[in-house]
Every structure is written in structure tokens, then in C-alpha cells.
Design a protein around this ligand. Structure first.
Ligand SMILES: Nc1ncnc2c1ncn2[C@@H]1O[C@H](COP(=O)(O)OP(=O)(O)O)[C@@H](O)[C@H]1O
Ligand SMILES: [Mg+2]
Length: 262
């Protein structure tokens, strides 16, 4: 039985002046799946994320998310529809605690107005308390409760990556995009990350799209993979199909893809 698509990318092209970063891309992502987007540096992967999340408006094409056409929508609006992301380079508020970082994510979902906080209205105060409580629960669910009151900058690298994911989860997404979540991790941390990605997919009922250079991670967790080169889709399929695809092997000079099964 085929599953519902969470997102549909139709003929998306993104040009920056003379550079075509993404060219005529089509992608359908099924609900509850963990899927991957790979390709050499500069292939256009992060640009795809920026288009999906509304940071860029595509030059051509359209994106349908949760049954709605989101092309040209503001990022915060797309976020409130249930899409959240992390960044290739970690973006945390380093002087704030882990808890405060997650609370920032929660604020996307709050109903009160800003003046309520300024005036200290009871409804707003209650909401702030609830946000704090649910942020603490979330930190607990992702194994960061012990770090709740530490500054983000003081957390070990792997925990910072996890905190960024927790902040994204705080917006209550149905679709989560992770841009190179294993970057800078050692093999043990990468392994833990794979389990973590599966765990949050199941526990938070997510669909996850990840960009990743670590082929072991990609091949290990993704049920479907798209391969970009110079902004063009050169292959898609499951791990076996990708691993044995001659064009993919060529794009990667044979290295990573063939060692991914080790
Ligand atoms: N805002 C931008 N302005 C101009 N060029 C950009 C911009 N964003 C990305 N590009 C270009 O688009 C191409 C793809 O970049 P990117 O999506 O970051 O690749 P990847 O994430 O696969 O490494 C690169 O040539 C990059 O220089
Ligand atoms: Mg990138």
C-alpha cells in the first residue's frame, strides 16, 4: 500500500544570477519515511532545503506541503504548518541555556500576544510556564535533561547537535529537515545519531529528510535517497540502487558509496 506524500517538489529550479544551484527538481516524500539527499559539495543540497523551508523563493516550479502550495510563503508560516530544520553549521544561542534554546522553538506555537508578556497578564504568564514545562519534557525525551541549565556553548559537540534538533522539535513539526547532522562527529557519535534519528521519527511521528556526507549514516537510515550533482538529479532509489549506480560512483569517484556497506 502506498503512503501519502508529505511534500511534493515539482520542477523546482533555483538560479542565483548565472549560477543554477538547483535544476528542474522533482521529489515526492512519503509520510513517516526517513529519506536522504546526497551529492558532492556545491551540488545544491542546502539550496533545496532553503527552497523547501521558504528561505528562498524558487525561480521556477512549486512545492506542495501538507496539501498546500507553499511556494513563496514566509519561513515562519511554513514552520507553523509543520516544517522544521537544522543548519549545516550549528545555529544555537550560545549564551542561552539549553532550556532557553528549546523554549525559543516553542514560542512558534504560542497563542498569546507579545504585549501580554510585557504587561505580565495572567494568561501569558501561564503560557510561559507551560512552554518552560514542555521544553523541559522535550529535553528529557532527547536525553539532554542533565544539560537543561547549562549554556549551549558549554555542551559537548554531539549534544549541541542534538539540542539543535530538540529546538526544531519544539515547533512540533511533522516534517523535519536535517542538514548534515553527522558533520564533525566521530564514528561512535554517528552511530548514536542514526539511532536517535530513528527514535525521534517513531516517537514524534515525523517524516525526516536528511542531507549527509557520512554514507554509513545515509545508507543505514534512509529508505530512499536522491543524488544531486551540479543541481541536477542524477539518481534516486534505495541504498542498494544508489550504491551500484555507475553515475553515482562516478560523481563520488567510487570512494564513499562503496565503503558505505562496511
Ligand atoms: N545565496 C546564494 N547566492 C549565490 N549562490 C548561491 C547561494 N546559495 C547557494 N549558492 C550556490 O549554489 C550552489 C549550491 O550550493 P549549496 O546548495 O550550498 O550546495 P551543497 O549544500 O550541496 O554543498 C553553489 O554553487 C553555491 O555557491
Ligand atoms: Mg550544504
Amino acid at each position: 500500500m502506498s503512503r501519502k506524500n508529505v511534500i511534493e517538489v515539482r520542477n523546482v529550479t533555483m538560479r542565483f544570477g548565472g549560477v543554477t544551484a538547483v535544476s528542474e527538481l522533482d521529489m515526492d516524500i512519503e509520510q513517516d519515511s526517513i529519506v536522504g539527499l546526497i551529492g558532492p559539495n556545491g551540488a545544491g543540497k542546502t539550496t533545496v532545503f532553503n527552497v523547501l523551508t521558504g528561505f528562498y523563493r524558487p525561480t521556477e516550479g512549486e512545492v506542495v506541503f501538507a496539501g498546500r502550495r507553499i511556494t513563496g510563503m514566509e519561513p515562519h508560516k511554513i514552520c507553523s504548518l509543520g516544517m522544521a530544520r537544522t543548519f549545516q553549521n550549528i545555529r544555537l544561542f550560545y549564551n542561552e541555556t539549553a532550556l532557553e534554546n528549546v523554549m525559543i522553538g516553542r514560542h512558534v506555537r504560542r497563542s498569546g500576544h507579545w504585549w501580554g508578556a510585557v504587561l505580565g497578564l495572567p494568561g501569558t504568564m501561564r503560557e510561559e510556564k507551560n512552554i518552560r514545562k514542555s521544553a523541559l519534557e522535550l529535553l528529557d525525551r532527547v536525553g539532554l535533561a542533565a544539560h537543561a541549565h547549562e549554556a549551549a556553548s558549554a555542551l559537548p559537540y554531539g549534544a549541541q547537535r542534538r539540542l539543535e534538533i530538540a529546538r526544531a522539535l519544539a515547533t512540533e513539526p511533522s516534517f523535519l529537515l536535517l542538514d548534515e547532522p553527522a558533520a564533525g562527529m566521530n564514528p561512535q557519535e554517528s552511530l548514536e545519531l542514526m539511532n536517535f534519528i530513528r527514535q525521534i521519527r517513531d516517537e514524534f511521528h515525523l517524516t525526516i529528510l536528511l542531507i549527509e556526507h557520512d554514507m554509513k549514516v545515509v545508507m543505514g537510515v534512509c529508505e530512499h535517497i536522491w543524488v544531486l550533482e551540479y543541481g541536477k538529479l542524477i539518481a534516486e532509489g534505495n541504498a542498494d540502487a544508489i550504491r551500484s549506480n555507475p553515475r553515482v560512483i562516478e560523481a563520488y569517484l567510487g570512494e564513499d558509496v562503496n565503503h558505505a556497506a562496511d
